[in-house]
Design a binder for this molecule. Structure first.
Ligand code: ZN
Length: 368
């Protein structure tokens, strides 16, 4: 069975405005482009097309997420604030470093709804797995505010839909974006039916969250696992993290579906991260996740796009992941591999292993 692919041109029309990287271009910052702009995502879709991969994927049409779906994660007050800004042709600010352009809520609804559509297609068996190339991203959005370029918590909203509407008993999130998936964590903080795992660069963004000690609360205690890898971690550290923590946690939790908030900002050369992942590394992690999904939940895997800010390199990471999901070999060589694969520190380092060992000890608290 094939791999589903969610895309909509309107995702590219979310306007993040006149910025300098992640900050508003206020003097003395020279005006320029926001870090989260359409280019990396458009290039992913373009690379899929020119390599012949796109035509081998099953298109899944996104639809806008409804109020009911959004309110399973976000507060009515926050949604009202977004609606008010949406009616303003000049846009606004969704909070926590999240620019809001003209009509951005309409696009954010289509982004969250795209992940829901991918989830439905996988649960219905229309496709065996799916990649939702959505924008704006979602994993930092909190129940009551936007954060980190994210307006609606896309993966969490789709997860709530899977539990509430589709009747799944347990879901898991494996967030490999370089930044902490704090919004997804918050959405399921006390929820025992959702395992939220975030592998991120230690205190990168948000700089105050994502610690090993944040494990969920009440009935949700033990089902939140943060893996804050040291800056400079390479493919060896990520492989070990998956082998020793992520995959064993999935095996212990036994989800019915695995979501992957998929940012590619852990890639070498990313301007907002300091890690060294490369396309073959992402291919390997995808294989591990697919094997776990096959073993645990009939292969059900839904990936949704998050960050990734280096336009030339990011599309090759996505290509490797999507080829692997679909069992496709386009015979495309990543031109950046010779630069990245021999970088110093690609191998697992002792100080990284220490963090991974501490995280592996968290598995004991997982519910049987
Ligand atoms: Zn990120």
């Amino acid at each position: 069975m094939a791999t589903g692919f969610v895309w909509h041109e309107r995702y590219m029309w979310h306007d993040t405005g006149n910025y300098a990287g992640p900050l508003p271009a206020i003097f003395p910052l020279q005006p320029g482009q926001h870090a989260e702009n359409p280019e990396t995502k458009r290039r992913i879709r373009n690379l899929l097309e020119v390599t012949g991969v796109l035509e081998q994927l099953v298109p899944i049409a996104p639809r806008p997420a409804t109020d009911e779906e959004i309110l399973r994660v976000h507060t009515p007050e926050y949604l009202k604030k977004l609606e008010e800004m949406n009616a303003n042709p000049r846009g606004g600010d969704a909070g926590g470093m999240t620019p809001f352009g003209p009509g951005s809520l309409d696009i954010a609804r289509l982004s969250a709804g795209g992940v829901i559509a991918a989830t439905d297609a996988v649960i219905d068996g229309v496709v065996s797995n799916a990649y939702a190339l959505v924008r704006p991203p979602g994993h930092h959005a909190m129940p009551d505010t936007g954060m980190g370029f994210c307006m609606l918590s896309n993966a969490a909203i789709a997860g709530r839909h899977a539990l509430a509407v589709r009747g799944l008993d347990r879901i898991a999130f494996v967030d490999w974006d370089v930044h902490h998936g704090n919004g997804t964590e918050a959405a399921f903080w006390t929820e025992p039916r959702a395992l939220t795992i975030s592998i991120h660069q230690d205190r990168c963004f948000p700089p105050t969250t994502g610690g090993i000690d944040a494990r969920g609360e009440g009935p949700g205690f033990g089902t939140n696992i943060n893996i804050p890898l040291p800056p400079g971690s390479g493919v060896g550290a990520y492989e070990a993290t998956f082998d020793r923590v992520v995959i064993p946690a999935l095996r212990a939790f036994k989800p019915d579906l695995i979501f992957v908030p998929s940012g590619f900002d852990a890639g070498a050369h990313d301007p907002l991260g300091r890690m060294m992942m490369h396309s073959e590394g992402y291919r390997s992690l995808t294989r591990k996740l697919m094997a776990a999904a096959e073993e645990l939940c009939g292969g059900r895997l839904v990936m949704c796009h998050e960050g990734g800010y280096n336009a030339p390199t990011v599309p090759f990471y996505a290509l490797a992941v999507i080829e692997t999901l679909g069992g496709i070999n386009s015979r495309t060589e990543d031109p950046f591999m010779p630069l990245f694969e021999h970088m110093g520190g690609q191998e697992l380092q002792p100080h990284q292993e220490d963090v991974i060992a501490r995280c592996a000890a968290l598995l004991e608290a997982l519910p049987a």
